[in-house]
Design a protein around this ligand. Sequence first.
Ligand code: COA
Length: 532
Amino acid sequence: MTVLASALDTKSPEYAANREAMLAKLTELDAEHTKALAGGGEKYVERHRRRGKLLARERIELLLDPDTPFLELSPLAGWGSDYTVGASLVTGIGVVEGVECLITANDPTVRGGASNPWSLRKALRANDIALANRLPCINLVESGGADLPSQKEIFIPGGAIFRDLTRLSAAGIPTIAVVFGNSTAGGAYVPGMSDHVIMVKERAKVFLGGPPLVKMATGEESDDESLGGAEMHARVSGLADYFAVDEPDALRQARRVVARLNHRKAYGDPGPAEPPKYSADELLGIVPGDLKTPFDPREVIARIVDASDFDEFKPMYGTSLTTGWATLHGYPVGVLANAQGVLFSAESQKAAQFIQLANQRDIPLLFLHNTTGYMVGSRYEQGGIIKHGAMMINAVSNSRVPHLSVLMGASYGAGHYGMCGRAYDPRFLFAWPSAKSAVMGPQQLAGVLSIVARQSAAAKGQPYDEEADAALRAMVEQQIESESLPVFLSGRLYDDGVIDPRDTRTVLGLCLSALHTAPYEGARGGFGVFRM
Ligand code: COA
C-alpha cells in the first residue's frame, strides 16, 4: 500500500479560515435546498395532504428499500429562474428490491406538477443517466402536463421524453409508470410508452382529452372515470397492468414489479472497502476561500479513496496535474486532479497518456477540478500548448471508460473541457460550494473587455471614458462572478448537484455502484489524430 501522507495542519489559522468559509457557503446552500424541499409551499402542501395524498419525496421513500440511500439529482434545477427551485420534479437514484433504479416523481404541489423548461431538462438528464448506466426507470406520475404559459419552450423539445421511454425499453432497460393523478394529453404517453403500468383507484386520470375537450370535439358527454380512470384502464382499455387500491398499494406493487424484472448488474459488488485514513470532516478546510491560493489535491484524494492508498503516476513530470490509481468503495479509479491550477504542455500530455492507460485497463476516471485553464503567453504558444491541450481534450472526448467529475475549486476555460466538463458527458458531475466555472475568471474577463473597448476607441480616434470603464468593469465582474457560482450553474443543469465536500466519497461510491450496472470497455484505439 502507498498511503498518502498529509501535511494538512488542522490547527492553523488558514485551515480555520477555509473551514469557516466553506461552512458559510454550506449554510447558504442549505437554504436553497430547503426551497426545493418546500415544493409549492405550505398552502399547496396542506391541500395535497387534505386530499389524502403523499408528497413526491414520501412516495419515493415508500418505494425504496428501507434504510437505503437516495442520491437526489439536480435538486436546484430552475434556480435563478422564475420557476420554483427543483422545477416541480424530483429525480434520483435509489434501491428498490435490491435493484438500483432511476426514479422520477412529479411534485404536484408546484403548479399542479406541470413541467416547465427546467423540469424538462431535468427529466431528460434523468433519462440520459438511466440509459448510460442501464438503470430501470420508475416514473411516479402526477402532473398537469406542460406548464402552459411556457409551452413554446417545451412543446417541441418535450417530445424527447416519450422517445426516451421507448428507446430505454428497446435497449432492454425496464420502464415503469405509477400513476397517482393527472397524466393527461401528452402526459398520457408516459404510461403509454412504459413497459409496466400501475394506476391508483379513483385517482389516476389518463386520457388524451378531458370531458370538456371531448364535448367540444365530438359532443359526447363523459366523465373522468369513464375516460381515464384506473378501473377503466385495468378492466377495459388494458393500459393499466396493475390496479392499486391506494397510493401505498401502488408503491408496493411497483416494488413487486421490480422484484420480477430479473435485472442484473454487469459487475458484482466489490465488497467492503477500507475507509480513508483521514477524516472526511477535514475536507472542509482544504479549499481556500480565495481560489487564487493553490491547494494540494492529494489532501482531497487522501480523504476520499480507500485506505488513502494512492499510487501516483509520473509524480515528477507535469506536476501541476496529479494523476494516479486508487480504489473508491472497492471500485478501481484513475484520478486526475489539478494541483497548481494551470495546465501546461507537460500536464496535458501526461493526462492524455494517463487517459489512454485507463482505457487499456478498463478503469473509470475521476476528474477533480481546480484549474484556471491552459497556459497562455508566447513561450507556451511556441511550445505547442494548443496541440498539447488538444491531445488531452481528444483523449477525454474519445475515452470510453466511465468518467466522474467533481468541481472542487476553479474550472475555467478550456481547462473545464480537458478535465471532462459537462459537454464531455461525464456519467456524473458534482460541484462543491467552493467551485466556480466560467470562460475565465471575472476579473480577467472584465479586464479583457476593457482592453478591447479601449483599443476600439483608439482605433476610432475617440477619447476613452475612464470613469465609465471602471463602472463597467465592476458591473461585468459582479455579473460573471454570480454566473460562475455553483447554485447558478446547478440551476441550469450544468451539474448533477452541489454537494457537501464531506459527502464526496459517499456520492462517488453511489455513482460508481450505479454505473457498474452497465458493461463498459475502454477505447483500445479510436482516438482522433493526436497532433504531435
Ligand atoms: N400550466 C400552468 N399552470 C398550471 C397548470 C399547467 N398545465 N396546471 C395547473 N397549473 C396551476 C394552476 O393554475 C394553479 O395555479 P394557482 O394556484 O396560482 O391558481 C396551480 O397550478 C394548481 O392548480 P390546481 O388546478 O388548483 O390544482 P389541482 O391539483 O386541483 O389540479 C390539475 C391539478 C393538473 C389536474 C389541473 O390544474 C389541470 O387540469 N391543469 C391543466 C392540465 C392541462 O390541460 N395541461 C395541458 C396538458 S399538455
